[in-house]
Design a protein around this ligand. Structure first.
Ligand SMILES: [Zn+2]
Ligand SMILES: [Zn+2]
Ligand SMILES: [Zn+2]
Length: 145
């Protein structure tokens, strides 16, 4: 990801926090920045390790609380696989898509999204205010077929 889109996304997240009455403290900023630059798909402890490579002042609880806050705001989403710790997926663009291979567990990201119509349909049918989606298709990758 280039610096510009990183900055734009950081600004958007900052705006979302501000709108809900939260400040982007320097610790929170560091956490969000690290999360964006590593692209998500990381556990809270994994993220803490990344942050501590450059800044040891950010505490474990702050990382946990910030991830919780960002989840509540719909900017990230915890994904639980098996019994391990949750991985956090970036959802600040409103949606996130995966192809997951059941053979080798490869995760392929894709951006093309034809799901806006389905979203509209579901929103109407269930009177549900949709804020985002994480879609995962399961199957076999090229190598595992
Ligand atoms: Zn595979
Ligand atoms: Zn992903
Ligand atoms: Zn989508």
């Amino acid at each position: 990801m280039d610096d510009k889109s990183l900055e734009t996304r950081l600004n958007n997240i900052q705006a979302a926090l501000k709108q809900k009455g939260y400040r982007l403290t320097s610790s929170r900023q560091k956490i969000v920045q690290s999360l964006l630059s590593c692209g998500g798909h990381i556990t809270a402890d994994g993220l803490l390790e990344v942050i501590h490579e450059t800044d040891k002042t950010v505490g474990r609880m702050t990382v946990y609380r910030t991830l919780e806050l960002l989840s509540e705001l719909g900017l990230i989403r915890p994904v639980y696989q098996g019994t391990g710790a949750a991985h956090y997926i970036l959802l600040d663009g409103g949606h996130h898509h995966h192809l997951i291979c059941s053979g080798c567990d490869a995760v392929i990201e894709f951006d093309e999204c034809g799901l806006q119509d389905v979203g509209k349909l579901l929103a109407e049918r269930f009177n549900f205010a949709i804020e985002g989606h994480l879609v995962e298709f399961y199957g076999r990758c090229h190598n595992c077929q």
